[in-house]
Design a protein around this ligand. Structure first.
Ligand code: ADP
Length: 155
């Protein structure tokens, strides 16, 4: 059976922190679907097509990385994609508290799916998409926070 994981998130935009988690998870799974979640109640900063394109550009040389968007429950997307693992990154104890609840609820909803957590590499702990958006919105240089392949539009 193919070991397939879903890495769900907003990726608004993808950061070096996300990239690091995906690259480190590559040897663990046959395929990782980076799943860009669309939340109708939450307006994103970048368009979904751009967010998907940037992730595809970062992993252009990695055939085991697929990128898709989804709506609804992550476990339903996993079922539909035939994935039995959810991949998440942990930065802080706040991440852990949040992830524990989500992970335990997902386990109740779909007992066959296991959530796998990778700890962030220390230098990426402070990187998150909302910081990148704030710096970008205010005209700052975000290149040290995002993968080299990603070129964000100027504001
Ligand atoms: P969400 O909107 O669900 O928080 P994100 O796009 O922010 O989704 O993040 C997706 C996943 O990437 C989450 O598991 C998050 O913990 C992880 N992640 C985000 N930034 C980092 C980072 N700097 N280091 C490690 N993991 C990270």
């Amino acid at each position: 059976m193919i070991k397939r994981a879903v890495f769900p998130g907003s990726f608004d935009p993808i950061t070096r922190g996300h990239e690091n988690i995906i690259r480190r998870a590559m040897p663990l799974f046959d395929e990782i679907i980076v799943a860009v979640g669309l939340n109708i109640e939450k307006k994103s900063y970048f368009r979904v097509e751009d967010r998907i394109r940037w992730i595809r550009e970062v992993f252009a040389d990695s055939p085991s990385i697929k990128v898709e968007s989804y709506t609804g429950l992550t476990v339903d997307f996993c079922r539909q994609a035939d994935a039995t693992f959810i991949l998440r990154g942990l930065r802080t104890s706040a991440d852990f508290e949040f992830e524990r609840t989500v992970g335990q609820v997902n386990k109740k909803l779909s007992p066959v799916i296991e959530t796998i957590f990778l700890l962030t590499t220390p230098e990426y702990t402070s990187i998150n998409s909302s910081i990148v958006r704030d710096v970008h919105k205010n005209g700052g240089d975000v290149s040290i926070f995002i993968p080299d392949a990603v070129k964000l539009p100027k504001i």
